[in-house]
Unconditional design. Structure first.
Length: 402
């Protein structure tokens, strides 16, 4: 089954897409990764989206408009991917998260926009969408949904491997943990542990936008952070954030880590220059990730997401993780820029085959749940026969072109 996965992450910069041809052989799910790509939002749409995000007030009229415009953008990306990569049997669209409603460690709701009917109408292909809410209704965090793919992809590694995605928010999946667990954390053998460690690029990007007056949206190649010096007082203040002390499972987002958060932190230390501020927010990401990696005795860390392309962030992370093998998900067949699109292609495959798409030990849900709602395509909706035994390992390879 050929599945097209799509997502726009917490950096809100565009749509990642991947086409994967899945086949079960000898109990292992094999995926041939074909077309992959990232398509940026039109600048005016991205600006409109960013202006509407928390803590900004928002009307239903603007929410409706953005749901439509982002749905149309996703539809265009999907149609182009099919034209370039060939026909697909199913699309799984994560859409764009605009709000994740949390109270302490409880998640009460989540909202992803990008109306999937536009995708189904444009492509004629059935679409799985709204994939997070079923896990939340079952008592979970609704994230990280990528924990299922992470645990399947790294299942064959020895020791205590983990996957780390550095988008706007950093999330980590610990496949097999070592050491003492905190209260509420699953015991060894109960499945992967996965949660949001805190900000990845969210605060770095917000600081860059603040100091550049909006002329730049991120720290290109980590150059600004590399030119600065970490401000110890600011870093100490940032590390006092109560979120970091919460036990897993837990999730967060730009409802907390946003431009206002940066402004309030910098107001406590007037006079900090742009390079030093960006260096400090970069160090915050590296430190909070490293603390969690050490907490669970991780010995191999496979990194993906936009932050993996930031050499300053990766160097800060490496300096704090002596003895840990740092690699990227590309080593396991998942390109760093589109790994999460591949993960949602997997979610779509699981849903179509009647299999749970969440990892309950990671999200805290009461059990495995089939995720999403299905919007039919042009013809009758025909799902494959359910799979009796869910595969526990995933092997990804790139498509061969003669």
């Amino acid at each position: 089954m050929r599945v097209l996965g799509m997502i726009s992450g917490t950096s809100h910069d565009g749509v990642d897409v991947a086409v994967v041809d899945f086949e079960v052989r000898d109990g292992v799910l094999h995926g041939t990764v074909g077309y992959t790509g990232t398509v940026g939002y039109p600048p005016e749409l991205r600006q409109r989206l960013v202006r509407a995000l928390p803590p900004a007030p928002l009307t239903f009229a603007e929410a409706c408009a953005l749901d439509t415009l982002i749905g149309q953008a996703f539809a265009g990306v999907a149609a182009d991917a099919i034209e370039r990569g060939g026909p697909v049997d199913l699309i799984c669209s994560h859409g764009q998260t605009v709000y994740h409603w949390t109270e302490g460690q409880r998640v009460l709701g989540t909202l992803q926009i990008g109306q999937p009917a536009w995708i189904a109408e444009r492509t004629g292909v059935p679409v799985v969408a709204d994939v997070r809410i079923r896990d939340i209704v079952a008592g979970g965090q609704g994230a990280p949904i990528v924990a299922l793919m992470d645990s399947m992809l790294l299942a064959g590694l020895p020791g205590h491997p983990a996957a780390l995605n550095l988008g706007g928010i950093a999330n980590m999946t610990v496949v097999r943990a070592a050491g003492v667990r905190a209260a509420g954390v699953p015991a060894a053998g109960d499945g992967p542990i996965a949660y949001d460690t805190g900000p990845a690029n969210a605060l770095i990007d917000a600081a860059v936008v603040r100091f550049s007056g909006g002329r730049r949206s991120y720290d290109v190649d980590g150059e600004l952070a590399a030119a600065g010096t970490v401000h110890s007082g600011l870093l100490e203040q940032l590390l006092a954030e109560p979120y970091y002390a919460l036990p897993a499972p837990k999730t967060t987002g730009k409802e907390l880590f946003n431009a206002d958060y940066v402004d309030k932190a910098l107001a406590l230390f007037p006079g900090i220059g742009d390079a030093d501020a960006v260096a400090t927010f970069t160090a915050l990401t590296a430190q909070t990730v490293a603390d969690e990696v050490r907490r669970y005795g991780v010995d191999t860390l496979a990194v993906s997401g936009g932050g993996s392309d930031n050499p300053t962030l990766m160097a800060m992370l490496a300096s704090r993780l002596s003895g840990v093998r740092l690699t990227t998900t590309a080593e396991f067949g998942a390109p760093t820029a589109t790994k999460e699109a591949i993960a949602f292609a997997l979610v779509g495959w699981q849903t179509a085959h009647g299999l749970a798409g969440n990892a309950p030990s990671a999200t805290g849900a009461a059990g495995g749940r089939i995720l999403g709602s299905i919007v039919p395509g042009t013809g009758p909706l025909r799902l494959p026969e359910p799979v009796a035994v869910a595969p526990t390992a995933l092997r990804l390879i790139g498509e061969r072109h003669e």
